[in-house]
Design a binder for this molecule. Structure first.
Ligand code: RUG
Length: 819
């Protein structure tokens, strides 16, 4: 595949040379951190020629380009992935061995690129990997946050957020592209001037501005010489020493511009599935969107004279509503700067933009107060108003008297700018991220839009890259799979289906079990080092790792652990498979109940892990600072994958796919992509329980659920809930978990309670857990089912997802790059 030959000798010299140049040290004296930098620069040297060649090829072929616009790219670490994709793992490991270093230790020196919160940002990263590996022209466009998602420390059981200064040692892979800097304007007012032909010109004045400067990060394709680019924007003051401004006595303005530049890219907002409505967030959105769209248009204009044909060469994918200002921004550029008529501009915009919706939850849908939006983006607001005016006119034409439709679909309504409505109106495609989710969008959340413009709606079930989450994260299993069926699965995951042939074979099962055991040992060491807890690698590793959110129901899991513990206290000889419950989750810094749930998990862990009377049958581990790099260790070691969200709430989920690929069985609700996982692997190889999405929705609509009934009638559940408020897990402060208790029960009859149906699903969950217990005892059955999970994970490659986006939305052409 790859055209270049890796030269070990030269690489070794380069590493030693880099250490000298960078640190004035010999390789023998260098620290692992210094060696990491030296190796990274040497790898960059290998990929830089491919990077240049790729872009030369794109230019030559004048290929249509995707701009994937996203506030988040959760890339994880780059070095290991780049080494895998240039297919030089073995050689570089050997070079480092010869130099006296361990590749794994060197990889561990790199900070994760945590420019994202969770699934949405990681999906963007997986898509970039797939696009490069399949050879399609694409840019990721985002923000070079100075601080990524906070690092999580657990102190006394509580989450403490530590700033993630990921750039403090510099980023060896990035390239600053000063030559593509763009000016971004905020605030001020819009003056209208009419020229002699009667055409209005809109001139923004008295604005503040910042300079956006892009940094390119390489996205290395797997063994195909393709290197795409993730372009992340940094902000700088327009003129640091604006002497002119000082002279004119505009000191304040100069300082304000400087501050604006500093704050705009300072930090990633740490919310997942929740919209906080902060002014700075809207600034961030417009900042990177305006810069990216300007760059895309500029690049197009360098080769083409007619912007009307922009859709032939450019497509913008809006990753959630966060980048939706792309729609009015492109309108602004076409009308105000390029002299387009409204209709011509609209025709171009609505052929260039496509929107992905990731959630149906109301609290995640962005709505900006008009006052804020129009103050910050006065010209953009005018354009949105006009888009809305014309759209409402059309709604009224199609549905005479349909004021309910106007109400639900208006972009501006009730003093707010509704970004999802703008995204739907201005895009030619609207997709959900799993089949069930897309159906809910069509039938409920965006029902009126679907009725009016059904052709826009389509589903693109999420996927993950097998190159990071199996080839890199689980070397033992990856080698085993390759040994059995060859390595086609690396670029064609459905090929892994061949593994099913081996699932029933006793020897293969034994090999598979050994690999899982080795991976469990690796995680056991990690837990011992990081948590100081001894874990039995022979216990069942029951894993729930994902953002902490009430709808994901980590609470259901831990309440169930409390219940099991009660059973064991009553009967220490109770026959159960020893289990290690492993949690990993960050909670948004301002999400009180989520943070309290973390404290609860840790408090339960403290009590249970230190109670010898239960003979180590249960252990609870909360892994600090769950992130892409330690996720890879956890997935590889998992037996059971907890996917227990309240049905209808999870857009797709992607940890479900990563865990399946690593041979964990799913215990889950029929939600998000779980539905499709079960379709692929068979219901008999998973543990499905609980309310369906329809039942949840019906229950909400009819308002006929009262968790107090369950509390009154189920003494085991009652006992667990009472333990939240009687000091069982917080002897010094029995009231500590009162808010969790209140969230579950109607303490005052007017309050809604247990809106996530934890108690209603509790018994079904418990039953499913006992089926797990029973199944795990049958080693052969479990191994067979685990291998079948791996074998049936083919659908969930992001290569498949990206292929569908390309065929049905982006219409890109594959490009071959040879060196
Ligand atoms: O919650 C969703 C996940 O279900 C999904 O798998 C992921 C990627 O599509 O996106 C998550 N998401 C949704 N993150 N933020 C939002 C809403 O802004």
């Amino acid at each position: 595949m790859s055209g270049y030959q890796f030269n070990k000798k030269q690489f070794k010299q380069e590493v030693a040379g880099n250490v000298k140049k960078l640190y004035r040290r010999t390789i023998e004296e260098a620290s692992p951190k210094q060696v990491f930098q030296a190796v990274a620069y040497a790898v960059k040297d290998v990929i830089i020629d491919e990077w240049i060649a790729t872009h030369r090829e794109y230019e030559k072929q004048d290929a249509k380009t995707l701009y994937y616009l996203s506030m988040e790219f959760l890339m994880g670490r780059a070095l290991g992935n780049n080494i895998i994709n240039i297919r030089a793992v073995k050689e570089i490991r050997e070079v480092l061995d010869e130099l006296g270093f361990d590749l794994n230790v060197i990889e561990d020196q790199e900070s994760d690129y945590a420019l994202g919160n969770g699934g949405l940002g990681r999906l963007a990263a997986c898509f970039l990997d797939s696009l490069a590996s399949m050879g399609y022209p694409a840019y990721g466009c985002g923000i070079r946050y100075k601080y990524g998602l906070f690092k999580q420390k657990i102190e006394n059981g509580y989450q403490v957020e530590i700033p993630d200064n990921w750039l403090k040692d510099g980023n060896p892979f990035e390239v600053r592209r000063e030559e593509y800097a763009a000016l971004i304007k905020f605030g001020g007012n819009v003056r209208v001037e009419c020229d002699s032909s009667g055409r209005n010109h809109f001139i923004q004045e008295n604005y503040q501005s910042v300079r956006a400067v892009p940094y390119d990060l390489p996205v290395v394709g797997y063994g195909n010489n393709v290197v795409n680019t993730l372009m992340v924007w940094d902000a700088e003051p327009v003129d640091t020493f604006n002497l002119d401004a000082f002279d004119k006595g505009e000191y304040n303005n100069a300082v304000e511009q400087e501050n604006l530049a500093k704050t705009i890219v300072e930090v990633l907002y740490p919310n997942d599935n929740h919209y906080a409505g902060k002014e700075l967030r809207l600034k961030q959105q417009y900042f990177f969107i305006s810069a990216s769209i300007q760059r895309a248009v500029g690049k197009y204009k360098a080769k083409h004279s007619d912007l009307h044909k922009l859709p032939d060469k450019v497509v913008f994918q809006l990753n959630d509503t966060h980048p939706t200002v792309a729609i009015p921004e492109l309108m602004r550029i076409l009308i105000d700067e390029e002299g387009f008529s409204w209709d011509d501009a609209w025709a171009v915009v609505t052929k260039c933009c496509a929107y992905t919706n990731h959630t149906v939850m109301a609290e995640a849908l962005e709505k900006w107060p008009i006052e804020l939006f129009s103050r910050l983006l006065p010209r953009i607001y005018q354009i949105v108003e006009e888009i809305n005016r014309r759209f409402v006119e059309e709604v009224r034409r199609i549905y005479p008297g349909g004021e309910d439709k106007v109400r639900s679909m208006s972009i501006i309504y009730d003093g707010q700018v509704k970004m999802a409505n703008l995204a739907v109106v201005g895009s030619f495609s609207v997709n959900g991220v799993a089949a069930l989710h897309t159906e809910i969008l069509k039938k409920r959340v965006l029902k009126d839009f679907y009725g009016m413009m059904p052709w826009k709606f389509n589903n693109k079930t999420n996927g993950i890259t097998q190159r990071r989450f199996l080839l890199h994260g689980n070397e033992l299993l990856a080698d085993w799979v390759t040994g059995k069926i060859g390595d086609e699965w690396i670029t064609d995951l459905p090929y892994i289906k061949k593994l099913a042939l081996f699932a029933g074979d006793e020897k293969c099962q034994q090999e598979f079990r050994n690999i899982k055991y080795q991976n469990k040992l690796r995680l056991v060491r990690y837990i011992k080092e990081n948590n100081g807890i001894d874990v039995d690698p022979r216990s069942l590793f029951d894993v729930q790792v994902k953002r902490l959110h009430e709808y994901k129901r980590q609470l259901l899991n831990i309440l169930h652990v409390m219940y099991l513990y009660n059973m064991l206290k009553d009967d220490p000889d109770m026959d159960m498979v020893p289990r290690t419950f492993i949690f990993g989750a960050k909670a948004a810094a301002g999400y009180r109940i989520a943070k309290l749930t973390i404290k609860l998990i840790n408090s339960v862990a403290d009590v249970i892990n230190n109670d010898p009377s239960i003979k180590g049958k249960i252990k609870v581990v909360f892994i600090e600072d769950y992130r892409v790099s330690n996720a890879e260790l956890i997935y590889a070691a998992a037996d059971l994958s907890e996917q227990i969200s309240t049905a209808s709430r999870e857009g797709s989920g992607t940890s479900n796919m990563k865990l399946m690929l690593n041979g964990a069985l799913t215990i889950g609700t029929m939600d998000g992509a779980n539905v499709e996982i079960v379709e692929e692997v068979g219901r008999e190889n998973a543990f499905i329980f609980g309310m369906s999405a329809d039942e949840v929705i019906a229950c909400e609509t009819n308002n006929d659920y009262n968790p107090m009934d369950i509390f009154n009638n189920d003494q085991d559940i009652r006992r667990v809930l009472m333990q939240l408020i009687n000091g069982s897990y917080a002897p010094e402060n029995p009231e500590l978990f009162r808010d969790i208790y209140n969230s579950l029960l109607n303490t005052r009859s007017t309050d809604k309670a247990d809106t996530y149906f934890n108690l209603k699903d509790f018994r079904a969950y418990d039953e499913a857990q006992w089926q797990v217990d029973k199944a795990y005892r049958d080693e052969a059955w479990w191994a067979e089912a685990a291998i079948l999970n791996v074998a049936n994970s083919g659908k969930f490659s992001s290569d498949r997802t990206v292929r569908q986006y390309i065929d049905e939305i982006w219409h890109l052409d594959k490009v071959e790059v040879s060196l």
